[in-house]
Design a protein around this ligand. Structure first.
Ligand code: GSH
Length: 167
């Protein structure tokens, strides 16, 4: 499993970014000059992939991940895709994720292109490790996990059990 590195750590050094930007404005048309081709490839391969975080509205496990990202100040390092239960978008995303996962669930994160992780606690641990954050030092997250999320999750599980008994 590759490690998460905050986007700032992955970004191209400023001097190189400037070089790439200068190149793209000065050489917007294709050219056969090998030096230009090398520079163009450099510019194209240095885009930063933001992990894609798939969340389901109202899901307590998804909210736990979101509160962690918020308090850890990592929200701008990820691309959040929030879907509604029963929506067409949820069906499309579930279909897309099913090609990569034995069982689709929310939250799910595409960590790097084609590499997926489910399970809220593992997702949180992966981001925390990559950003060198000790989750014990996040008071709002800890308060939620020990309080409202715990209650919400046990109600959610009880509701699921009751629904299964009813069929
Ligand atoms: N153990 C998982 C539980 C995740 C879970 O049960 N998510 C529910 C939503 S709250 C889910 O994905 N249900 C399937 C669905 O709605 O399609 C975690 O911690 O991430």
């Amino acid at each position: 499993m590759s490690e998460y590195r905050p986007a700032g750590a992955l970004a191209t050094p400023a001097a190189e970014r400037g070089h790439a930007a200068a190149y793209s404005s000065a050489h917007s048309r294709p050219t056969a000059n090998p030096q230009c081709i090398r520079q163009k490839a450099f510019a194209m391969t240095n885009t930063v992939f933001k992990p894609i975080v798939y969340l389901l509205h109202g899901c307590p496990f998804c909210m736990k991940v979101r509160v962690f990202l918020l308090e850890a100040r990592l929200l701008d390092q990820v691309d959040i895709r929030l879907v509604e239960q029963g929506s067409k978008e949820k069906c499309q995303i579930t279909e897309k994720l099913a090609a990569h996962l034995p069982k689709v669930g929310f939250p799910t994160v595409e960590l790097t292109p084609g590499q997926y992780m489910t399970e809220s606690d593992e997702i949180i641990a992966w981001f925390a490790k990559g950003a060198a954050i000790d989750i014990a030092t996040l008071p709002t997250f800890q308060d939620c996990v020990g309080g409202i999320f715990k209650d919400h999750i046990s109600l959610y599980r009880e509701n699921m059990r009751l629904q299964q008994q009813a069929v």
